[in-house]
Design a protein around this ligand. Structure first.
Ligand code: ZN
Length: 103
């Protein structure tokens, strides 16, 4: 995983085979940033850090961006992120009854 410099242009986020960047906020919250949200192009010279990043967990706008270099690394990063269950809104559906198909 490579930390992107503060002056990295938007173009560094292109050509990544769909892999997201990893953003870590000043409080240590981690999330992946899909490329489409960066709205960058190969000719983009505007700073990547100029995007309006905001941590979903604490609202911090101070993030450090990392380049995820391979699919294997992405898989590893995803297993270290909070599970979808934690960040999803509480559901009103009852959990499936494990005994529902008992006669
Ligand atoms: Zn945060």
């Amino acid at each position: 995983m490579l930390q992107l410099p503060q002056d990295a242009p938007g173009s560094v986020a292109t050509g990544r085979s769909g892999r997201p960047l990893l953003a870590i906020c000043s409080s240590g919250h981690r999330r992946t940033v899909p490329f489409r949200l960066l709205m960058a192009s190969e000719a983009d010279r505007t700073p990547l850090y100029g995007r309006p990043f905001k941590c979903r967990a604490c609202g911090s706008r101070e993030v450090t961006l990392f380049d995820i270099e391979s699919q294997a690394e992405l898989d590893h990063v995803r297993t270290s992120l909070p599970s979808e269950e934690v960040i999803r809104a509480p559901t009103t559906h009852r959990p499936p009854d494990p005994h529902a198909d008992f006669v």
